[in-house]
Design a protein around this ligand. Structure first.
Ligand code: 1QQ
Length: 367
């Protein structure tokens, strides 16, 4: 089922008095994971997009009419949302969907229709390579994971690892592939590899095997809902070694769900609210004021994506899909809250990740 979550009248360009006659009016579709077990991701993304769009409207050069659709994290729902946005709403650009698993089906369709599409959270290998119209501003797992594993290995003198991943999702599978490669390249001994499926609630079988082999470190590729429950159950059966988690763990929902069991988790991310950068502080303050929440990585990536898109639309000078695609492809040296961003020839970004850990119920620098 499709439903428009907040294609609010006050965000439309028609008759709201905000559209300036000299501004470029563009319809943009956002496909986001707003309901279901990963709704924390989609909520943060939607907030980040909305906040950036308010700023873009204030600047007055580009007037984006956002049409927001919920995918519930499901491939089929994401695809029908994309088809509606591309074919009925005739949007010039798509933002999202949230999961690489969804982008894997939406991306080829959008590329075929010539609709420029920006993933703000899709980190699996191969996403921008789907086609010329597909971009992402989220740091891929292949760039993030080596940093977190290396930091953990150094701090804890790790020689052996156990691995755990969801084998029914493009992102969790891809994250696992990267983790396995990094572990092998670093000469770590992999004692066991365990798998699970999305929405699984009992990980006892996998965790008991991991406990039996007694690794120095656990590498987990999961979305937050599964990842948090895994950490919780691991601590309950007495596994006390640290976890390195992939991008799915970069959400405050992990702390919310796992509580104390999330302490010590190690992740890599391009986002840290504590950096001494006025842009970051301004964004954080505005976000907290508007949503009564701290922004997370997903909000920050979405916020930057919308600004980056507005710049490209301005350069394109129209709402033409091809002109916007070409302008997006030329993005270089964009300054966002995540630092400086450029797209490489595939439409992928290159960025330096920061390694964080959960300490005292908060993400903090891992030192
Ligand atoms: C992907 C991800 C997820 C964690 C996004 C929410 O990185 O699916 O690629």
């Amino acid at each position: 089922m499709l439903f428009v979550v907040s294609a609010c009248a006050d965000e439309s360009t028609d008759g709201d008095g905000e559209g300036d006659s000299s501004s470029i009016e563009v319809d943009v579709g956002l496909i986001s994971f707003i309901t279901g077990s990963g709704a924390g991701y989609g909520e943060a993304i939607t907030n980040g997009i909305k906040l950036a769009n308010e700023e873009v409207k204030e600047e007055g050069n580009v007037d984006i009419n956002l049409i927001i659709e919920d995918s519930a994290g499901e491939q089929e729902q994401a695809l029908s949302a994309a088809q509606k946005l591309m074919n009925s709403d005739n949007v010039s650009v798509l933002i999202g969907p949230t999961l690489s698993n969804e982008m894997n089906v939406v991306g080829p369709e959008a590329d075929l229709n010539g609709v420029p599409t920006i993933g703000t959270s899709t980190t699996a290998v191969g996403i921008p390579q789907i086609g010329d119209y597909i971009f992402r501003n989220s740091i891929p797992e292949s760039q993030a994971i080596p940093a977190s594993i290396e930091a953990a290995v150094e701090k804890y003198d790790v020689e052996t690892v156990a691995m755990l991943y969801g084998n029914d999702d493009v992102f969790t599978q891809s994250g696992f592939d990267t983790m396995e490669k990094v572990a092998k390249d670093m000469g770590l001994e992999i004692l066991t590899i365990e798998t699970f499926q999305r929405d699984q609630s009992d990980y006892n079988a996998q965790l008991t095997k991991i406990k039996d082999v007694d690794p120095d470190l656990i590498l987990a590729s999961a979305l937050y809902n599964e990842g948090a429950v895994i950490m919780n159950q691991a601590r309950r059966i007495g596994i006390d070694v640290p976890f390195v988690g992939g991008n799915g763990f970069n959400s405050p929902e992990v702390i919310e769900i796992a509580g104390d069991a999330s302490e010590g988790l190690i992740v890599a991310t391009p986002w840290f609210a504590g950096v001494d950068n006025p842009k970051v502080q301004q964004f954080t303050e505005k976000y907290e004021e508007e949503f009564d929440l701290e922004p997370d990585q997903f909000a920050a990536q979405a916020y930057d994506a919308l600004h980056l898109l507005a710049d490209a639309i301005e350069k394109a000078g129209s709402d033409d899909r091809d002109a916007i695609r070409d302008a997006l492809a030329e993005t270089s040296g964009f300054e966002g809250v995540l630092g400086e961003m450029s797209f490489d020839e595939d439409g992928d970004i290159v960025m330096e990740p920061i390694v964080l850990t959960i300490k005292d119920g908060k993400f903090q620098l891992f030192e």
